[in-house]
Design a protein around this ligand. Structure first.
Ligand code: THU
Length: 136
């Protein structure tokens, strides 16, 4: 099944919700504030921001926090991510890290990922970003 392309207004909405969430980022160590917003197949939009820790490895990315947030507030068995947008305070190219790709893949194998690439805003599917995800 091919995933329907997001409309321009859906993309803008996700980027704007992500930008709002980015303002709540807790990133005193990197100063790199990140926001994410995902759209589920049921039409919900849920946001997340990065939350760092003095024990650096405990820091959590905006994308995975958005997914956790969506799962916590979800009333169905699971969530199906249709799209996820990621923005950052430095306005530099930033696609989801490998760990986030794997977690996005788990919850939306047809998800479209909206991120700032080297040539501007870009949309790739999670399968393009992670062609062979891990599953059990
Ligand atoms: N970060 C995210 O939240 N998402 C990304 O896609 C890339 C990196 C965060 C992790 C860390 O808090 C900071 O950005 C610097 O790596």
């Amino acid at each position: 099944m091919t995933t329907p392309v997001l409309t321009e207004s859906e993309q803008q909405k996700l980027r704007s919700v992500a930008t709002q969430a980015m303002k709540n980022a807790y990133a005193p160590y990197s100063q790199f504030h990140v926001g994410a917003a995902l759209l589920t197949a049921s039409g919900d939009i849920v946001a997340g921001c990065n939350i760092e820790n003095a024990s650096y490895g405990l820091s959590m990315c905006a994308e995975r926090n958005a997914i956790a947030n969506a799962i916590i507030s979800n009333e169905k068995d699971t969530i199906d991510i249709r799209a996820i947008a990621v923005v950052n305070s430095k306005n530099v190219p930033c696609s989801p890290c490998g760990a986030c790709r794997q977690v996005i893949w788990e919850f939306g194998q047809n998800a479209q990922v909206i991120f700032l690439g080297s040539q501007g805003w870009q949309i790739l599917t999670i399968k393009e970003l992670l062609p062979v995800g891990f599953s059990l």
